[in-house]
Design a protein around this ligand. Sequence first.
Ligand code: SF4
Ligand code: SF4
Length: 410
Amino acid sequence: MTYPKIDKKVYERSLEDYREMAWGDARCNWCMNQWGWNVKSSKYSEICPEFRYKRFFSYSGMGKFHIIRALLEGDFDFSDTEKLLEVSYLCTSCGACEMNCLRLNEKEPLKAAECLKTKLIEMGIAPLPAHKELLKSIKNYDNPWMQPRNKRRDWTKGLDVKDFTKEQSDYLFFVGCTPAFDPVIQHEIQNTVKVLQQCGISVGIFGEQEICCGSPAIRIGDRETFFDLVKRNIDMFQKAGVKKIVTHCAGCHHVLKYDYPEVPGMPDIDFEVVHITQLLSQLVEDGTIKFTKEVPMSVTWHDPCHIGRHCGIYDEPRTILKAIPGLKLVEMERIMDQGWCCGAGSGVRVAYPEHAFQVASERIEEAKATGAEAIATCCPYCEQNLREPLDRNNEKMKMYDLMDLILMAL
Ligand code: SF4
Ligand code: SF4
């Protein structure tokens, strides 16, 4: 059966728009499991990190449809708040349910689940206290981490990075709040700049004037805050004459490229957004980047959900890794569109840190099973969350950002 598409932008939809999808739920369970032909072991046959650890259907994509149906029909009401909030917010927006459901049943369980969060906020019963702090910080500091604006550029010390507001470059590097302020992962953006400069690509940043892309707000369901950030960002891009944006942060990339156009009544988007892996894989393929140093190491690749499933960027990082002399890429069981989430997204790490740790620990076990010496990725949240089990358990496995490996080989 061909399912009728909702003829509205994603962020003008209300919960009511998902009524037909919710009633049409097929109870097929594909939103919880790997595609049959992808399964290599029963241990790694699941795909929804929430159902995996809660073992209750409500936490899955299917369960969310049933909750939405029941709420729309008045089978139960929004006053059963505590559990409803947990079921709604214990979701990393990894997109696995939607990837599998769209293929088979043409439904959008994740978009419906995010709309449920918006409804809960509109009713004044959400978000969670931990999320309120993030949103308050975005309002007061333009970043979710309560960091002063004048520290946003500190990571550039010792680097020669242009200020895009004063001097035009080929690309605006949209840095993102998390790597700009977390010293443990600042190497990701410092090395991004070094790699781009070594490749002869001119990049500038907004520095202290950069503001949050809005990803934490919209993943939590706060459309009002998100719409405001979208307007302000687009205004800044237009005033500065930005035509091409390069991102490293997977969350920023997803939101700038695919969520901004879904906001109703926004000014025309006349800039291109490219992820660093797309830009660099192109340069590897056309011979512009020539790796000159060996990196003798076996590495497994963790697909960040927000560039992987949400943007279809699977081959580009692998093209780069395979071109590095001496590096051997060994794959985990769950990869690409069937990849296992790191467990951090959509405010899960801040609100449910132990759950996020469990999900990350499972990924590290899966990575270790490949025999690889290192795990690599290209997302600040994935790196933060996957580092935790590695550090807590004193694991021998090393963690790299893709930019670290590229720099070693250049
Ligand atoms: S894959 Fe879609 S239709 Fe099937 S159970 Fe999950 S949400 Fe329902
Ligand atoms: S988006 Fe991911 S975590 Fe959320 S319900 Fe779907 S599969 Fe589970």
